[in-house]
Design a protein around this ligand. Structure first.
Ligand SMILES: O=C(O)CCCC[C@@H]1SC[C@@H]2NC(=O)N[C@@H]21
Length: 272
């Protein structure tokens, strides 16, 4: 079942309907304009307004007026961006594998971009920024609300034909799929493969997390790089050793080997 505004993109509506017809999603909310699809999804959780049958529930908007990024950044995006959120049941993943959810969203986006823009290669900057060449083309924001703590909201933003403005001095260099490849695409062409890949990867994490981790490790360009990061208010420097079984980043620092959890750590600098 789709709840949609009158003035949404008709092509987009068809794609959303096909995700429901194919049972990739259980329900969808499609707004022409909204503050933030993550906020819409969290609002429904706050009101305990999401039944199990409605999951995965897709929230999509033609434009966001107050999009949010990780670490309190602002994510400003126009109709040249793809912005959506998915609410899924947390128990699709065993407790010790939930850290991999963050990697799954970036991986799904990377696979979908490569599928549509072959032969480009998409890389991942832990935990889930998607890069083409030297710039970030997509980001992921994962949030929960205590009112329905057994659900999780996964928000994905992809810069399609223009670069978004990221209001933070530390922000990674940004680019769009167009600026990186010279090719234009409809943002809705990407929606279907990202959502489908994401749900497949989540299922795969339940069955065989090693293959998901192996793919993430291959795509992750931080390994052996020198990074600076902040964890619990303390600044560290070190060399990335790799990704642990639970998705944590392993960094060799002067204070020893540190495990970085994606929710807590802020990468300040990455050696290029
Ligand atoms: O790289 C980041 O900092 C994460 C960006 C996440 C942006 C997406 S767009 C859809 C969803 N709604 C939001 O307000 N944010 C996420």
């Amino acid at each position: 079942m789709i709840e949609a505004d009158e003035d949404v993109d008709r092509n987009g509506l068809r794609v959303v309907q096909s995700l429901l017809d194919d049972r990739v999603c259980g329900s969808a909310v499609y707004r022409h304009s909204t503050a933030s699809t993550n906020s819409d999804a969290l609002g429904d959780l706050q009101r305990a307004n999401v039944s199990l049958e409605q999951l995965p529930r897709l929230y999509i908007a033609d434009r966001q007026t107050a999009g949010r990024g990780r670490q309190g950044n602002t994510w400003l995006s126009s109709e040249d961006s793809l912005t959506f959120s998915l609410t899924i049941a947390f128990d699709l993943l065993a407790v010790d594998r939930r850290g991999l959810l963050s990697l799954a969203a970036g991986l799904a986006t990377a696979r979908a971009i490569e599928f549509l823009f072959a032969p480009v290669s998409a890389f991942l900057k832990w935990p889930n920024d998607v890069y083409l060449a030297n710039g970030k083309v997509a980001g992921v924001l994962i949030e929960t609300n205590q009112a329905m703590a057994d659900r999780v909201v996964v928000g994905i933003g992809v810069n399609i034909n223009e670069q978004p403005i990221v209001e933070n001095a530390d922000a990674a260099p940004v680019q769009s799929l167009f600026s990186a490849t010279g090719r234009t695409t409809s943002r809705f062409e990407l929606l279907e493969p990202i959502v489908t890949e994401f749900m497949e990867i989540v299922a795969m994490i339940g069955e065989s997390p090693d293959s998901v981790l192996a793919e993430f490790r291959t795509r992750c360009f931080l390994t052996n790089k020198s990074i600076a990061f902040r964890d619990g208010g303390i600044d560290y420097q070190g060399t990335v050793q790799g990704i642990a079984e639970d998705g944590a980043l392993l960094v060799q620092t002067n204070a020893g080997l540190k495990r970085c959890d994606s929710g807590a750590v802020r990468l300040v600098r990455v050696q290029r």
